[in-house]
Design a protein around this ligand. Structure first.
Ligand SMILES: Nc1ncnc2c1ncn2[C@@H]1O[C@H](COP(=O)(O)OP(=O)(O)O)[C@@H](O)[C@H]1O
Ligand SMILES: [Mg+2]
Length: 251
């Protein structure tokens, strides 16, 4: 699953007949078929409970699908592939998921864990390449001066930038973000989405973002995918998101 093996515009994430039924019987995803191309910026829209998080979490196996397949770079993602997957697919969360009592740099270095083996996973030893990558990521996110500060000393927007720096330090080919701006104020939301877009454009990292705000989805995405009741009910460009589409997805 090397990112270099696949050209911009080729299918990078191929989802076929994907369904997820939770143990309580709730069908959160219902026969979803979709292709996401290398380098695309895709926004997933839909009301609360539509299945957006379940979909995004199925891609990196935080959720185990009930049936169907997901191929990444042409390879079916199976239980055995998790190590590759953990390197290749980075994830950004609504609540940032930083280790609060660790420094910013230490948090960003966590992005390198997928490259460690055995004992290195338990007592990770970060080499100078790891540290250089982490510092370069912080530099790019404009928060290098916070490297030695505890993560919980930062504002929400700064914490999300640390989380993005951690994701970048992972050197992923795919970036997933589950409501990355839902806990941020409107101005900070724009800053964070601008950063995700810039990384998408500059590095060609395929980006899939769950966004419940339709206006932001239309502004940032190359393509919008709409979920309702676990079904994919819309797929198209931001321009194609008409009033009718809005009604279909949100009503
Ligand atoms: N672990 C779980 N167990 C049971 N039901 C769940 C679980 N996680 C999510 N659900 C349900 O699955 C549906 C889709 O949830 P989710 O993917 O979180 O939607 P969204 O992110 O669009 O709000 C919802 O009805 C939700 O309550
Ligand atoms: Mg969600």
């Amino acid at each position: 699953m090397s990112s270099g093996a696949i050209e911009t515009g080729a299918t990078q994430i191929e989802v076929r007949q994907l369904s997820k039924v939770y143990p309580n019987g709730l069908r959160a995803l219902d026969n979803v078929n979709v292709d996401i191309k290398k380098g695309e910026f895709v926004a997933i829209i839909g009301s609360s409970g539509a299945g957006k998080s379940t979909f995004i979490r199925s891609i990196n196996r935080l959720v185990q699908p009930t049936s169907g397949t997901i191929k990444i770079n042409g390879e079916i993602v199976t239980g055995n592939d998790l190590r590759h997957l953990r390197r290749d697919v980075a994830m950004i969360f609504q609540q940032f998921n930083l280790v609060k009592r660790l420094t910013v740099l230490r948090n960003v270095l966590m992005g390198r864990l997928g490259y460690k083996n055995g004992l290195g996973l338990i007592y990770p030893i970060f080499n100078s390449k790891d540290v250089d990558l982490a510092l370069a990521s912080l530099q790019r996110l404009g928060i290098a001066e916070k490297a030695y500060i505890r993560a919980d000393q930062l504002s929400g927007g700064q914490q999300q930038r640390v989380a993005i720096a951690r994701a970048l330090t992972q050197e992923p080919s795919i970036m997933l973000a589950d409501e990355p701006v839902a806990s941020l104020d409107p101005e900070t939301s724009i800053v964070v989405l601008d950063i995700l877009k810039r990384i998408n454009r500059e590095d060609g990292i395929t980006t899939v973002v769950n966004l419940h705000q339709l206006d932001l989805a239309k502004e940032y995405a190359d393509r919008v995918i709409g979920f309702k009741g676990g079904k994919l009910v819309f797929e198209g460009t931001p321009d194609q998101v008409t009033r009718e589409v809005y009604e279909k997805v949100y009503r």
